[in-house]
Ligand binder design. Structure first.
Ligand code: 0RA
Length: 657
């Protein structure tokens, strides 16, 4: 807990009057208020949270310089935010360049003055943030600053977007550090965002804070974040601290996967003006997108020079090691990067004094010098790690070799599918009962579980616009199956041929889809739900644009039937049945077990007729949540699958849509 005396100092007298320098200062902050987006990106929720990042980044800078190991962030009851750090405290002596102002006042009121003056080593600052605490001041109705330094506690406050209110003054002695060894040092900043600037609201979202602080805790080994939300009496303080730093980050990301070996590798290297650290581990899975990179604590989602350097050195080092140890014969081809990265989870974190952020979302690191540093570090240190961990190195090689075989087999399988498509007239699968229309906008493909239901659907359909593809049993679990095995599966091949737009991240072309409605039709029971999940997994992984375009639908065959005056009535779901009971209290219901229980006419009326059916459109949002669920539900790690189902039993319902 933070010493509560920190927040309850005596109220200082209102500030004294200011000299000429401050007029200049106020003009500077006025510019921020005129164009807030220039400084914090936006005045929406993202910009609002930027204010917190700005203050916390300053505290993290203190931690990176080695002077701070704890940051407390509290959302205050009245909507303000308090950030307490135990760094050195902002300097309180007079500033050399601004007459009559202390360094602390300059940091709070002069644009871009927040950085460390004359701090040795490479300075580190982020992209959009790193603009300075003065920006937070400019965009707040009130800011309070407490500084523990030189054994004394100091206080100052500002209002109306950075106007000095109470000038910096000493208000007493600093309390002792928790271990009692010396007076505490550190900075407390409290701010209340200006609602006239943040028109969409000034409400902070604690989840957003927690996510970022967890990431920052991973990236700064040993740094402890305490987060509180006093608006919510039920919220208990959350602490993030990872003494293993990015090694713990890798373990965290791999937690739901089966490890190829227990070790998490790690190396770090310092250049002239930059620093890099890398942590890595392999799991038994087949994903190749597990490399994540950061520059100065910012997630470089678009990658950049650090990632490039790592990738090329990884490929080079693994091949060189394999050849030297005779694990790759002379006549054998080199392993490719994607073979080696299969199942890899890695974090690359660099710190650099002048990061160049490029790309669409300014999240791609452009500094060329970083590429050679990371490449050199990886070449040397990864080789050392292999030499020291030969068993692990062997496991990586075995896996990469299998991946290479699978890659070659997949290429052949792809060619086979393509050849087939070219040969047998338009390449449509034999089982497909296609529609007559060639206009994708009006064409619908029904994927029907089981041959008998497939038969009814064929009989029932409107053959002009509705195509039927019956599929048998359970199609392969695509999350677990390697791509080469997947393409040997006849059901998968039929599916790809019928849709006619290719498959896979690079090749799939939604513009070529032969149907703008792909309707999954399976029984309303556990097996049916499993098949739907498998199909959705397949579409999500191999034909994602089809999901994003809103072309995937789930048919909803009725759950119940009842007979009234010899006429059969179908009821969609439990609510529909409950509503029916109100008017027909004596009705007896039959629960429909399978599509097979309906004849063609009934299937048409209840499930396929555009006039009367209910189709559930699978949205991209659905799919995004589904992605995570797929990984856990369909992945290899039985333990976390079990745990997931136990803790999320009620949320798994959407798989039953
Ligand atoms: C300028 C110089 C120094 C530290 C800081 C600013 C500083 C700013 C913030 C903002 C929040 N917490 C902070 N902690 C420190 C260097 C101080 C020195 O050389 O002793």
């Amino acid at each position: 807990m933070v010493d509560s005396s920190l927040h309850n100092g005596p109220t200082p007298n209102p500030g004294e009057s200011y000299g000429a320098a401050e007029i200049q200062v106020l003009e500077g902050l006025e510019a921020v208020r005129k164009r807030p987006g220039m400084y914090i990106g936006s005045t929406g929720p993202t910009g609002l949270h930027h204010l917190v990042w700005e203050v916390v980044d300053n505290a993290v800078d203190e931690a990176m310089a080695g002077y701070c190991d704890r940051i407390d962030v509290t959302i205050l009851e009245d909507g303000g935010v308090e950030v307490v750090d135990n760094g050195r405290g902002i300097p309180v002596d007079l500033h050399s360049k601004f007459e009559g102002l202390t360094a602390a006042e300059v940091v709070l009121t002069v644009l871009h003055a927040g950085g460390k003056f004359g701090d040795g080593g490479y300075k580190v600052s982020g992209g959009l943030h790193g603009v300075g605490v003065s920006v937070v001041n400019a965009l707040s109705v009130r800011v309070e600053v407490e500084i523990d330094r030189n054994g004394r506690r100091h206080f100052m406050s500002f209002h109306n977007g950075g106007e000095p209110h109470e000038k910096l003054r000493e208000i007493g002695d600093s309390p002792l550090k928790p271990d009692g060894s010396a007076p505490r040092t550190g900075t407390t900043v409290r701010f209340w965002p200006d609602p006239t600037i943040f028109k969409e609201g000034t409400e902070f979202r604690v989840q957003t804070l927690l996510e970022r602080f967890q990431m920052m805790a991973f990236l700064n080994a040993g740094l402890e974040f305490h987060t509180r939300d006093t608006r919510d009496a039920d919220f208990t303080e959350v602490v993030h601290r990872y003494d293993g730093g990015i090694r713990d980050f890798v373990r965290h990301l791999n937690a739901s996967k089966e490890a190829l070996f227990e070790q998490v590798g790690y190396f770090a290297e310092e250049g002239d003006a930059e620093w890099v650290e890398v942590a890595f581990a392999w799991n038994t899975g087949y994903q190749i997108d597990g490399v994540h990179s950061f520059a100065n604590g910012i997630n470089t989602i678009e990658g950049g020079m650090h990632e490039q350097g790592f990738r090329s050195a990884l490929t080079r080092t693994v091949n060189a090691y394999a050849r030297d140890k005779g694990l790759l014969k002379e006549k054998e081809e080199n392993l490719q990067g994607e073979d080696i990265r299969e199942g890899l989870t890695a974090i690359i974190a660099v710190r650099i004094s002048e990061p160049q952020f490029e790309g669409q979302t300014k999240s791609k690191l452009g500094n060329v010098s970083v590429r050679s540093l990371v490449e050199k570090a990886t070449n040397e240190k990864l080789r050392e790690w292999f030499e020291e961990n030969p068993r692990e190195a062997k496991a990586i090689l075995t896996k990469a070799t299998q991946a290479a075989k699978a890659r070659i087999a997949a290429t052949q399988a792809r060619q086979t599918i393509r050849r087939k498509s070219a040969l047998d007239g338009g390449g449509l699968p034999g089982k497909l009962a296609d529609c007559q229309s060639r206009d994708p906008a009006e064409s619908e493909l029904y994927i029907v579980e089981g041959n008998s239901a497939g038969g009814s659907a064929k009989e029932a359909r409107n053959p002009r616009t509705m195509a039927i593809l019956p599929i048998r049993g359970k199609i392969l679990n695509v999350e677990r199956a390697r791509i080469d095995r997947m393409f040997k599966n006849t059901e998968i091949i039929s599916l790809i041929q019928a849709i006619g737009a290719g498959f896979g991240e690079e090749e799939f072309d939604v513009a070529k889809a032969r149907y703008h409605k792909v309707v999954l039709l399976a029984d309303a029971d556990v097996d049916g739900s499993h098949i739907r999940t498998l199909l959705l997994t397949f579409f999500f992984r191999q034909m994602r644009p089809l999901v994003e375009a809103g072309y995937i639908y789930i048919a909803q065959p009725p759950l119940y039937s009842t007979v009234v005056n010899k006429a059969k009535i179908y009821l969609k779901d439990d609510p529909a049945r409950d509503a029916y009971v109100v008017d027909h209290p004596n009705a007896e219901f039959q629960r429909l077990k399978g599509l097979g229980e309906m004849d063609a006419k009934e299937l048409w009326e209840t499930t396929m007729n555009p006039e009367t059916r209910t189709l559930l459109q699978v949205t991209a949002e659905h799919a995004a949540i589904a992605d995570e669920v797929f990984s856990v539900l369909m992945g290899d790690d039985v333990e976390s699958r079990k745990q997931f189902i136990q803790t999320n039993a009620s949320d798994v319902r959407f798989l039953d849509i």
